[in-house]
Write a protein that binds this ligand. Structure first.
Ligand code: HEC
Ligand code: HEC
Length: 402
């Protein structure tokens, strides 16, 4: 048995000890400006700027709204069109080695470039972004102080929009093909730097500690008042989380995520597109993107991220897998799952409890099975997530438009 009167086993105490304290955001050596405060200042402006979008209407904050915990509250996100997935929060995303539900980027700077050019998100282009930065005196001055002088992207050889696209008849792709290789490389470099500045800002959107940390730290220190940190119902929920619920198997560590991909077997929904194979497609995509840790725009092609990518293998088990989300502040970000499948935390617990859906791809993770929780136990897990996983941002002042 564990310490004092607590009902936790030695093994469970180890699992709890690994959940706290919250460490600093892991370094990103692929981004030379990741921890540069000036890059974060620029990145914050870019995050909230509609000038990066094709028609000047949308910004990152359109779907990652600070007033909604950097989500949009929708099942499927919408801006220039409708996406096929639910928007996760940006808070604490800097702790993830892989970005997106399918991990198709291995850094936040790679991630940030996707929505800008997605026709259903911001519908912009990399050349449009380079022009937007060049023509805004403040953005240009801040950019040049970090990354050096910009080319004059208003020169007549540059059209307003251009980006590579799979469909070679796409007007943006035709415009891209007209550019010289040197101009393409130049634009790509600016685009990557814009992603790096945004990533520097996102690294500030992190939580500190909350009731869970106070409880565990008190418990481990054998401080008798530790139980005051949680209500009895939340305490029961924690016991289930690391016990009968087996949640800790994937929701482990300080973010309550192992950072890996699993198939929890969510079935179809009438609002979801068919054919979402999750991590299986994400592995191919992260290897192919020129903006990965091994690519020409990475500031460290030999470090940990590059090693991880080198050894990443395409595996049939990746079918239908999605990234385990972190759970700090999870009560603020309904609906849940990669397609907004479940409306609230009670539905999430019921989903795991019954475990009766059939996935479109792959098969249920081997650790999952119906839990046979009583109503009281299911309710306690919900209270645990609402109460214990609440945590303030380390610096709430950055969580607004500049
Ligand atoms: C149309 C709404 C929309 C816009 C605009 C948008 N996002 Fe997202 N964001 C999403 C959706 C949906 C996902 C999940 C997509 C997926 O996994 O395939 C996502 C995923 C992310 C993630 C990954 C988080 C994680 O845990 O893996 C980050 C970080 C992020 N977005 C930041 C940004 C930034 C930065 C911008 C602006 C450059 C932006 N988003 C613009 C909807 C949007
Ligand atoms: C086998 C690994 C695994 C186990 C065990 C597991 N989860 Fe998850 N959890 C995931 C994955 C993966 C997702 C995302 C699934 C998706 O969208 O396809 C997820 C999603 C969630 C979400 C939604 C978060 C969000 O932001 O959308 C919550 C809440 C959650 N899990 C709570 C729990 C609880 C409570 C338990 C225990 C009863 C549990 N999980 C057990 C892997 C797991």
């Amino acid at each position: 048995m564990g310490c004092g009167s607590s009902g936790f086993s030695e093994e469970q105490l180890d699992i709890l000890a690994a959940m706290t304290p919250v460490p600093a955001v892991p370094a990103d050596s692929t981004n030379a400006v990741a921890d540069d405060p000036n890059a974060a200042v620029l990145g914050r402006k870019l995050f909230f700027s509609t000038a990066l979008s094709g028609d000047g209407q949308f910004s990152c904050a359109s779907c990652h709204d600070p007033a909604q915990d950097f989500t949009d509250g929708l099942q499927l996100s919408e801006a220039a069109g409708q996406t096929g997935r639910h928007a996760p929060t940006v808070i604490n995303a800097a702790y993830s080695r892989w970005q997106f539900w399918d991990g198709r980027c291995d850094s936040q700077w790679c991630q940030a470039l996707g929505p800008i050019e997605s026709p259903v998100e911001m519908a912009g282009t990399r050349l449009g972004v380079a022009r937007a930065v060049y023509t805004d005196a403040t953005l240009r001055a801040e950019y040049e102080a970090l990354f050096g002088a910009l080319t004059d992207f208003t020169d007549s050889r540059f059209p307003e929009r251009a980006r590579p696209a799979e469909d070679p008849t796409d007007p943006d792709a035709l415009a891209w093909a007209q550019l010289s290789a040197a101009d393409q490389a130049d634009v790509n470099g600016v685009f990557a730097n814009v992603g790096k500045a945004i990533a520097a800002y996102e690294r500030l959107l992190v939580t500190g500690e909350g009731p869970l940390d106070a409880y565990i730290q008190g418990l481990l220190a054998e401080d008798e008042s530790y139980r005051d940190a949680l209500s009895p119902e939340a305490e029961l929920g924690l016991e289930l989380f690391v016990g009968k619920g087996l949640c800790h198997f994937c929701h482990s560590g300080p973010m309550l995520s192992n950072g890996e991909f699993h198939n929890v077997a969510l079935g179809p929904r009438d609002w979801l597109p068919e054919g979402d194979n999750g991590r299986f497609d994400g592995i191919r995509a992260v290897r192919e993107t020129p903006f990965n840790a091994l690519g020409a725009f990475s500031d460290d092609t030999e470090g940990e991220a590059a090693q991880r990518l080198t050894f990443l293998a395409l595996n049939i088990d990746a079918e239908g897998q999605f990234k385990t989300p972190g759970l700090r502040r999870v009560a603020n970000t309904a609906p849940y799952m990669h397609g907004g499948h479940l409306d609230d935390l009670a539905s999430v617990v019921e989903f795991y409890n019954l475990q009766e859906e059939e996935p479109e791809f792959g098969h249920l993770d081997e650790t999952l099975a119906p839990l046979e929780l009583s109503e009281e136990e299911a309710a306690a897990l919900v209270v645990f997530m609402e109460e214990a996983l609440d945590a303030e941002l380390v610096d709430p002042s950055v969580a607004t438009a500049p």
